[in-house]
Write a protein that binds this ligand. Structure first.
Ligand SMILES: [Zn+2]
Length: 231
């Protein structure tokens, strides 16, 4: 795979910080290689707290600002906030239309998202975003008779080349993030409402990246299941 071939990357995630925990090292690496990255943030994580002194609206605004800061730190060029309800995502046609619209607008070569096929212990939003994004890439965004009203807005059908699933039970692609590990931690630290001042954050993330990379002979890695779509 060459950067020239796959210049445009879209990351579709459920909550602010999902991209950072799962794939920020890879995203930072892509950006250093000159690729363009857009993040589609499906919810603004409006229920992600144990606090009683904050409303969902306040939390969403705070977490969007944290996500914008994380993206600035990583160099992610565009962020789209869909502002759907945290914990309320359903893999239905309404949601699929919103993802297809983003794919047709930004025309990515690579789409990165949650692996919806990982068994057990999957947050319902992660499952819904994963399956809806997989279904949006193929066949929905590709074929003009799906959501034909998009054509009236100048949104043409689009073929994605590769789907990269993170959180995979059986990954087959390992990205060396040794050079971008610090950038990943710096981006994660922007999510103050989630990671706070957690002293062990870097150690935990480093240990995980080392475990992922170890069998591959890579010091620090992120892992994906990559599906190459037929052109
Ligand atoms: Zn999440």
């Amino acid at each position: 795979m060459s950067a020239e071939e796959h210049q445009r990357v879209m990351v579709v995630v459920a909550h602010p910080d999902d991209m950072e925990f799962s794939s920020a090292g890879t995203v930072a690496k892509f950006i250093r290689e000159g690729r363009e990255v857009v993040l589609v943030q499906c919810t603004s994580g409006d229920k992600g707290t144990a606090r009683r002194d904050i409303t969902s609206e306040e939390l969403a605004a705070l977490r969007e600002e944290e996500e914008r800061e994380a993206c600035r730190r990583l160099g992610v060029q565009h962020v789209e906030f869909l502002r759907l309800g945290d914990g309320e995502l359903m893999p239905d046609l309404n949601f699929r239309e919103k993802i297809v619209r983003q794919i047709r607008r930004h025309r990515p070569d690579i789409v990165i998202t949650h692996d919806p096929f990982r068994p057990y212990a999957l947050h319902p939003d992660h499952r819904a975003v994963g399956i809806t994004t997989v279904d949006s890439v193929y066949p929905t965004a590709r074929d003009p008779l799906y959501f034909p009203e998009h054509l009236d807005e100048g949104l043409e059908p689009h073929k994605v080349a590769e789907l990269w699933l993170f959180g995979a039970e059986y990954p087959d692609t390992y990205i060396d993030i040794s050079d971008t590990f610090e950038a990943k931690i710096h981006a994660l630290r922007a999510h103050v409402s989630q990671v706070g001042e957690a002293k062990d954050l870097e150690e935990r993330i480093r240990q995980r990246a080392a475990e992922v990379g170890e069998p591959q002979g890579i010091a620090l890695a992120e892992a994906f299941k990559v599906i190459k779509m037929r052109r």
